[in-house]
Design a protein around this ligand. Structure first.
Ligand code: BGC
Ligand code: MG
Length: 537
């Protein structure tokens, strides 16, 4: 579809198309702190996003996913929400959000917000009330408060660790000044887990959903959507070797409890009142059958599949991750999703080896992702081929750094603000002397300004690839067929006639029959070099 027809589709209110807009959409993830700063405080904000919508239109994406912009003390950069129905002053105010949504819609772009239902900030009014009210009070039942173990209650109630390091429990001081109960926080101590058995927790989320949907927001990315429900006895667990969101064990009691599906059904009931809205869950569940449960017709519309994110630079691993991604949704006829990176993982350029080789591979992999059926998520800066940044200790802000006793550097390296223009930091990101995380001077070669002028740039490749994916009939069809391919390579074909070939091997390979539609590297004749991909029709 052209930008014009997409704009019409958003605003005309014409009858619902048979295929929902999100099924094969290209989503662009805006990490608001790092996208564009409008007020000169060195931190990106909503007016900054709005000022750069023309860029996103040029890029050709269908929708924006905004990481959390709700009111927050920012202990985990917005994933610690203190008021879910307000915008944090760091990012602007409600009218900035309204303006952003209106302008985005006028340009044919949808806007999806991040929703954080698993936990709230310890600055949330509910948590403050819980601290003031004693053990057993109504206010404490909205959270998981427990007495400690040991004779004086000085041991945590169970042996769960926090994903950010240390125990998942913090002890409070009771209103009378004595050492008191403990509360559960699967993430940082500033992120108290909510008790989803409490009816008010559920009704309040419904209120939040309607609050944003009534403003015209097009849906939600749901944080830790396999979290929320906890086993009521909060049992100890053996075997905490795997204590990462990106790879926890299937029997980890903190996640994927069956009751979580009731919560998703409640969310879906609300969303069904807004027929075009989408709910996209962050679901770190490896087992296909368990994953697919989240995508039953009365639960989520889409769920992030992270197999491709976790696959290294290896054709067999990539093929396996694609097969898993397709298999995981097949049973419920849901649409697959593809993600090369986000704000929680190292950038793909770095994961694939860094430098020129890493960039070449990242260019190849976006052609793989965009050739697949389903929705594709592009993390801001990926379209510029940005690598991770090695930041000095003193600027690190991710709570993981301190919580791990400064042994894990955390996720700041993939969150460095975007370089827009000019020859030195902050590259037009802000009018302040520097951005909230320092940008490396070498990014002068990667600015949007530079790359827009260069037809061989990664930005130009993304633009062309997204345009072709929208326009060409060869991208039709939900299945893919695998071709035989030389070792180190993979090739698949869409029913519409598109073939995608990836060369992750060490030697150049001959391309199969067909006209080359696009390639991630320059081709010599019909030979695809290593670290490259091509589309053929
Ligand atoms: C988000 C992280 C966040 C965590 C806690 C996640 O999965 O993507 O950035 O730290 O949830 O809310
Ligand atoms: Mg700002």
């Amino acid at each position: 579809m052209t930008p014009v027809s997409r704009a019409a589709a958003v605003s005309s209110g014409r009858p619902e198309p048979t295929t929902p807009w999100w099924r094969d959409a290209v989503f662009y993830q805006v990490y608001p702190r790092s996208f564009a700063d409008s007020d000169g405080d060195g931190i990106g904000d909503l007016a900054g996003v709005r000022s750069r919508l023309g860029y996103l239109e040029l890029l050709g994406v269908d929708a924006i996913w905004l990481n959390p912009v709700m009111r927050s003390p920012m202990a985990d950069h917005g994933y610690d929400v203190s008021d879910p129905r307000d915008i944090d002053p760091m990012f602007g105010d409600i009218s900035d959000l309204d303006d952003l949504v209106a302008d985005a819609h006028a340009r044919g772009l949808r806007v999806v917000m991040d929703l954080v239902p698993n936990h709230v900030s310890t600055e949330h009014a509910w948590f403050r009330e819980a601290l003031r009210s004693g053990p057993g009070s109504r206010a404490r039942r909205r959270f998981h408060f427990r007495d400690g173990r040991g004779p004086d209650g000085s041991e945590p109630p169970n042996n769960w660790p926090s994903l950010f390091g240390g125990p998942a429990w913090t002890r409070i001081t009771e209103p009378d000044g004595t050492p008191g109960q403990w509360y559960l926080h699967v993430f940082a101590p500033q992120q108290a887990d909510l008790n989803w058995d409490d009816a008010e927790v559920v009704t309040d989320l419904e209120k939040t959903l309607r609050f944003w949907l009534d403003k015209g927001v097009d849906g939600f990315r749901i944080d830790v959507a396999h979290g929320m429900a906890k086993p009521s006895d909060l049992p100890d667990h053996d075997g905490w070797e795997a204590n990462e969101l990106l790879g926890h064990s299937p029997d980890d009691p903190r996640f994927n409890n069956p009751e979580v599906h009731d919560i998703h059904r409640r969310i879906r009931q609300v969303l069904d009142d807004y027929p075009e809205a989408v709910a996209i869950g962050e679901i770190w569940v490896d087992d296909h059958e368990r994953f697919a449960e989240y995508l039953r017709p009365d639960e989520l519309h889409l769920a992030f599949d992270f197999h491709l994110t976790l696959a290294g630079w290896d054709a067999d691993a990539v093929r396996l991750s694609v097969e898993k991604g397709l298999a995981a949704v097949a049973a419920v006829q849901a649409s697959p999703t593809w993600t090369l990176s986000n704000h929680d993982v190292d950038r793909e350029v770095t994961r694939y080896g860094g430098g020129a080789v890493g960039s070449a591979r990242a260019r190849a992999m976006i052609l793989v992702a965009l050739a697949l059926p389903g929705a594709v998520f592009v993390y801001n800066g990926a379209e510029l081929g940005l690598p991770n940044v090695d930041l000095p200790d003193e600027v690190l802000q991710d709570p993981v750094w301190e919580r791990s006793g400064r042994t894990e550097r955390g996720r700041d390296g993939c969150r460095v603000p975007l370089p827009w223009e000019g020859g030195e930091p902050p590259f037009g990101f802000t009018s302040a002397p520097s951005a909230w995380l320092p940008q490396p001077p070498e990014w002068r070669a990667l600015t949007v300004e530079k790359q827009l002028e260069d037809t061989g740039s990664t930005l130009s490749l993304y633009r062309r690839a997204i345009e072709l994916r929208h326009e060409r009939a060869e991208f039709a069809g939900d299945e893919i067929g695998w071709y035989g391919s030389p070792p180190g390579c993979l090739a698949f074909r869409r029913p519409g006639g598109l073939t995608c070939v990836l060369n992750a091997g060490k030697v150049p390979v001959e391309l199969p029959d067909g006209a080359v539609l696009l390639a991630s590297a320059s081709l010599t004749g019909r030979t695809l070099p290593p670290d490259a991909a091509a589309w053929l029709v």
